[in-house]
Design a protein around this ligand. Structure first.
Ligand code: AMP
Length: 443
């Protein structure tokens, strides 16, 4: 029997899960400010959605997909990326019929790739991504860069490196591919088996081969920039100008072609190496595509999008000491003093939760020492003590864990009292009030 984690997967639990939530909610709230809506698509899709072209050259599609037949004999795949699913959802739900563009989608969730696990590389990992579909111009392209750049900055990353490249339009890419075939064909015997294949399927992909001998050959290959059409050059110049206008530092890197076949015009990636030298690969990246929606059965609609790996972001934030302080302590720990008081403690904790406070009741008969130990360990602000006297007098004792100050509070006044402790609205209209404003006397 094997009860271990599946290779390349990992648990995200407790504190770590809270940090993940923080990272995700920063991306989500920023995407919403930019007008994106969430698309929750299934994790399983028909394999054809990703294998649209049998000549697809990307490693992801050819070698890394979790592809299987279900019990009905259908070929399904665990999604290896989010963009194709968003495009499919747009087509299936006919979101284009109203001609109201751009369609702005964001997604978050697990994706699956059968890769060799190493630092920052998993077989199941989380991606946050956006797609901006239907308006084909550099403003849309650059808006995705601005959003991603701002998100990374807000997370605390400084010295970010945005690497950007222009793959041009179809004409530019066709001319460039011809030049690459001419250049690499005589060298084919010196190339790795994957590049031999790439030469046939998509010579552009040779450019980002990671095999050192191939990288050497790539150094002397023709450069994309020399093959860009006038229209592509002009569009790229406008893109760069916009980046300058908004103050986003960039570096043009002709080595960036990205892993998928559908990109055109711009592609970009963010690189970040921590002070201690941790390099988990690209934090995220994206690019423009012209034909994806059409390939999936929709109209010709251009799009642009990016995806970020949450694991990589988390591990770099951690390595850099940039994780924010978590505010995950308890507001109240309700402590029964003796077996008889457990029920009351249980009910008081629920009452406090309904007022919006994070509360826990101790539901075992424990010593003071161990109850306070637990409260401290859980970062509790106030202990609520209930002994037999308090039961009899319909009250509780609230103890400030920091100052050790204790106050007897009648059950009927508990709501007002706890609200006053947290500076929330005072709702007491008569009688004694403990809020900041009224604590010195009657209202
Ligand atoms: P991609 O869809 O390949 O452009 O990847 C987008 C982002 O997802 C990358 O920049 C990484 O941050 C993350 N990513 C890609 N592959 C993996 C992986 N195997 N494990 C963890 N994160 C990954």
């Amino acid at each position: 029997m094997n009860f271990q984690l599946v290779k390349g997967t990992h648990d995200i639990i407790n504190k770590e899960a809270r940090y993940y939530q923080q990272i995700e909610s920063l991306f989500i709230s920023l995407a919403e400010l930019y007008g994106y809506n969430e698309f929750r698509t299934p994790i399983i899709e028909y394999t054809e959605l990703f294998k649209r072209d049998k000549n697809d050259s990307s490693d992801m599609v050819r070698k890394q997909m979790y592809e299987f037949n279900d019990l009905g004999g259908r070929s399904l795949t665990l999604r290896p990326e989010g963009t194709a699913s968003v495009a499919r959802a747009i087509v299936n739900n006919k979101l284009y019929v109203e001609n109201d563009f751009p369609i702005k989608a964001y997604y978050i969730g697990p994706v699956f790739r059968y890769e060799r696990p190493k630092a920052g590389t998993y077989r199941q990992f989380l991606q946050f991504g956006i797609e901006n579909i239907g308006i084909d111009n550099p403003y849309s392209d650059v808006e995705t860069i601005i959003l991603s750049f701002r998100a990374l900055k807000m997370l605390g990353f400084n010295n970010l490196k945005l690497k950007i490249n222009c793959l041009g339009d179809q004409e530019s890419r066709d001319n460039y591919k011809k030049a690459l075939v001419k250049h690499f064909t005589p060298l084919i015997d010196k190339m790795c088996p994957d590049c031999k294949e790439r030469l046939k399927l998509n010579p552009l992909r040779i450019i980002d081969c990671k095999v050192p001998a191939d990288q050497e050959l790539v150094k002397h290959a023709p450069k994309m920039g020399e093959y860009l059409s006038k229209a592509s050059k002009d569009r790229f110049a406008k893109t760069i100008q916009l980046l300058k206008d908004v103050g986003i530092p960039y570096e043009i890197d002709e080595g960036i072609v990205r892993g998928l076949d559908y990109y055109s015009h711009i592609v970009y990636e963010y690189e970040y190496i921590s002070k201690s030298g941790l390099n988990v690969g690209a934090l995220g990246g994206g690019g423009h595509y012209d034909n994806l929606v059409k390939e999936i059965g929709g109209p010709q609609l251009a799009g642009v999008g990016f995806a970020f790996g949450i694991e990589r972001i988390y591990s770099l934030l951690k390595d850099e000491g940039l994780l924010p302080k978590l505010n995950d302590g308890f507001d109240f720990m309700v402590m029964p003093v003796g077996e008889k008081c457990i029920s009351r403690a249980f009910i008081v904790a629920d009452f406090l939760r309904m007022l919006g406070y994070k509360a826990e009741a101790i539901i075992e008969n424990k010593s003071f020492k161990s109850m306070f130990h637990k409260a401290e360990k859980r970062g509790t602000a106030y202990a609520v003590l209930i002994g037999e006297n308090e039961l009899k007098n319909n009250e509780v004792i609230v103890k400030d864990m920091k100052t050790q100050k204790q106050t007897n509070v009648k059950n009927k006044d508990l709501k007002e009292y706890v609200n006053s402790l947290f500076g929330h609205d005072c709702h007491c209209h008569d009688g004694e009030c403990h809020c900041e404003e009224h604590k010195h006397g009657k209202k």
